[in-house]
Design a protein around this ligand. Structure first.
Ligand SMILES: C[S@@+](CC[C@H](N)C(=O)[O-])C[C@H]1O[C@@H](n2cnc3c(N)ncnc32)[C@H](O)[C@@H]1O
Length: 329
């Protein structure tokens, strides 16, 4: 790979440091900036396929194999001493971060739809976002308690802007199913260990909530099927949803993985044909048409939440905040 290619990888790590890790993980910010300036590490990344060069994947792979480094020197030593082990883990795994905290940003939308709901999530990972009705939430001015269950529910804290319509109660979910290219089994300890490594190092509350959600999933066993969001798998799964519930097809942090914009548009058109409600929670670059309607003031590094192609809110990628932008609340 030439200089231009290395500069592209470097820019990706800087972008990650600036817009994703900054203010959320000092260690990841430090490491990503150091990777961006280190020729040898950039050279290592250039030997991997483009989709495997993600900052999250490299940082998680090193931590998974060698523990959380104290800083750049330790990280670099681990990489220099073990490039093959790190490469093969990066090729084997992918960034399937399952962040149930995103349910806190979906809830104000889901709670306003005609109940009960049939939830279908594409790119569901282990299916943890399929259980928004089984978690507790703290929005500051409003709290929602999970129904009593054997497992202690996680509590997701989310600071919501004033105009956000506060859900009166959790949605009523009568059917749930997820689709993923590579589903994660929440009852398999080695797969769960990888999910845990994908949580950024300083985020201990996030990790505790992930573990609590995994316990609920191990009991509820949300149905998670192997399949591609593009095409017939989705059509088949939709046909199984009960007709007397409101079908909602949703996704969070998924469509960035579908690299061809034409595929993303075709997916959006198909979803609108299959379901009365399409809820998308993605980086704004994923659907530029929707982002154009969301106005100019964009909090950097945030997702855009939309319903049926209309922007509704800017959301923190891990569900910690929500800024409502829809006209009517
Ligand atoms: C970053 S994870 C997000 C998981 C979950 N939606 C969440 O927000 O916690 C993205 C997931 O999308 C899945 N994925 C990517 N492309 C897909 C496709 N074409 N069809 C189905 N799933 C896909 C990946 O396997 C991965 O599990």
């Amino acid at each position: 790979m030439g200089e231009e290619g290395l500069a592209e990888i470097s820019a990706r790590y800087i972008r990650f440091a600036d817009t994703e890790a900054h203010g959320r993980s000092p260690l990841y910010e430090e490491l990503a900036r150091a990777v961006a300036g280190d020729r040898e590490t950039l050279g290592f990344l250039s030997t991997l396929p483009d989709v495997k060069r993600q900052p999250n994947l490299l940082l998680a792979a090193v931590r998974h194999l060698f523990g959380t480094p104290t800083g750049w020197n330790e990280f670099r030593q681990a990489l220099q001493a073990n490039p093959d082990a790190i490469r093969s883990l990066m090729l084997e795994r992918s960034t399937q971060t399952n962040e149930p905290g995103r349910c806190a940003t979906l809830l104000p939308v889901l709670a306003r739809l005609p109940q009960p709901l049939a939830l279908l999530e594409v790119g569901t990972s282990a299916g943890l976002c399929l259980m928004p009705d089984l978690y507790s939430y703290d929005y500051g001015r409003k709290a929602i308690r999970a129904p009593a269950m054997a497992a202690e529910p996680p509590v997701f804290r989310c600071s919501a802007s004033e105009t956000t319509p506060m859900p009166a109660a959790a949605p009523q979910v009568v059917w749930r199913a997820g689709l993923d290219l590579s589903p994660i089994d929440a009852s398999d300890p080695s797969q769960v260990a990888w999910l845990e490594t994908l949580v950024w190092p300083e985020q201990t509350a996030r990790l505790a909530n992930l573990r609590a959600a995994v316990k609920i999933a191990a009991t509820v066993k949300p149905r998670v099927l192997k399949g591609d969001l593009r095409g017939s798998d989705l059509v088949r799964l939709c046909s199984e949803a009960p007709k007397d519930a409101t079908l909602v097809i949703f996704h969070t942090a998924v469509l960035d993985y579908v690299s061809d914009p034409a595929d993303r548009e075709a997916f959006a058109e198909q979803v609108m044909r299959l379901s009365p409600y399409w809820v998308s929670n993605e980086f704004p670059r994923v659907f530029p048409c929707i982002a154009r309607c969301a106005g100019k003031s964009r909090p950097p590094g945030h997702f855009l939440l939309s319903v049926n192609g209309s922007p509704v809110a800017w959301t923190d990628p891990h569900g910690a905040s929500l800024e409502w932008i829809a006209d009517e609340a």
